[in-house]
Each structure stands twice: as C-alpha cells, then as structure tokens.
Design a protein around this ligand. Structure first.
Ligand SMILES: [Zn+2]
Length: 211
C-alpha cells in the first residue's frame, strides 16, 4: 500500500481566532501555535504521534494551549530563545488585557536561525523574523513539506503583524519581510497566525511591505 500523503489539519483557537496547525507526515505530527484548548486539540490528534509542539512566537494567543497539549501528548515544546520567557507568562494578564489558558512551560528546545524540525518525511527550517516580537520565527517547509511556510503573525495578506506591543519594532519587521520576499520561493503557501492563508507570489504582487 502506498504511504499516506502528508496532511495539514487546522484548528481555530482562542477568542482572537488563532490558527493552530498540525502537520502530519508518516505518522508523526508537528503542532504549530496551540494558542488555547490544548487538551481539545490533542483529542483530534490521537491517531498520530505528536513529536514537537512549536510556537512561531511567544504571545498568549499562540502558546496558551502548549502546556495542556504537551501534557496530553508528551511532546517537547520548541520556541525561539528570545520569546521563551514571554511564553512562560502567556497565561497572565497582558497589555492586550486578556489572559490565555495557561503559561507555556519552559522550552524543551530553544530554536535559532537555521535549526531544522523534522516530522516524518518533512522538514521545517527556522528563519528568524523578529519585529512582531523579538523571537518571532517563520518555519519554512522542506522535503515533503516543500512549498509551505508557517509565518505566524509576521505577515498577513497585504499587511504585517502589529509592532506596537512590547518588543515589537516596525523597522525590524520590515527587514524581516524583505528577507522573506528574497528567500522564500514565490510558489510557497504562507500559513498565517490568524485569518486566511496566502502565497508569496500574491504577496510579492500586492503587499506594500515586501518592497
Ligand atoms: Zn502575536
């Protein structure tokens, strides 16, 4: 029997409608940005082995479900070193006035530029894209995940993530966006932290912040 093709599952979590993604390959699963409802997300992944829970950045609406999901699955938690501390306070009252499910646990793996997360026959390479937060990353798919990238709150269709929160910086995010434009292949589908997906080709054509 032919091996099952890779699969992308998507869950919408938290009152801010965060996209939580589960990338499944050869029975293994990478979960990106479980912002809340970690136990409920785990119930929808009971047919796979969750091998990594990764966050694109440390905001509560992206990591509030990490503790419950890691507890339910035994998977390690990975986040960029510069956002690990932010994530550990994700469940507390923040400047956006809302507290999320729970603080994230201490990171099991601190991510940095060029690090690779393997899941089945897919790879995801860390691209540091600070600006929304200091430790924001994009996970660029390779292997059987070629043509996909998880971009968190760095890029949205025609726009980019907020830079007015603590640790945010407009000039820095613009540099990150220009880097994405130069290094991510145009045909790549960009899976955003909120709202619909887009592609690099579409963004190169219409996103003013990529120029
Ligand atoms: Zn955010």
């Amino acid at each position: 029997m032919a091996e099952k093709r890779d699969e992308l599952r998507q869950f919408t979590v938290t009152p801010l409608q965060t996209n939580c993604y589960a990338y499944v390959s050869a029975g293994e699963c990478l979960v990106v940005d479980p912002g809340g409802s970690g136990a409920a997300v785990a119930e929808h992944l009971d047919d796979v082995r969750v091998t990594c829970v990764a966050a694109t950045h440390g905001h509560g609406d992206h990591v509030g479900g990490v503790a419950a999901l890691c507890h339910a699955t035994g998977a390690p938690f990975a986040i960029h070193a510069a956002d690990a501390e932010l994530a550990r306070h994700a469940g507390e009252m923040s400047e956006v006035g809302r507290s999320y499910d729970e603080n994230a646990p201490a990171a099991d793996r601190l991510l940095a530029e060029g690090d690779v997360i393997k899941v089945g026959t897919a790879t995801f390479t860390v691209m540091e894209t600070p600006g929304h937060t200091p430790g924001g990353i994009v996970l660029v798919g390779g292997g059987s995940a070629e043509g996909l990238a998880f971009v968190g709150d760095t890029l949205f269709p025609g726009s980019h993530g907020r830079t007015d929160l603590t640790g945010g910086d407009e000039r820095t995010i613009l540099a990150s966006l220009r880097r994405m434009a130069a290094e991510i292949a145009p045909e790549t589908m960009l899976l955003c932290g909120h709202g619909p997906a887009t592609s690099m080709a579409v963004e190169l054509a219409r996103n003013p912040f990529l120029r």
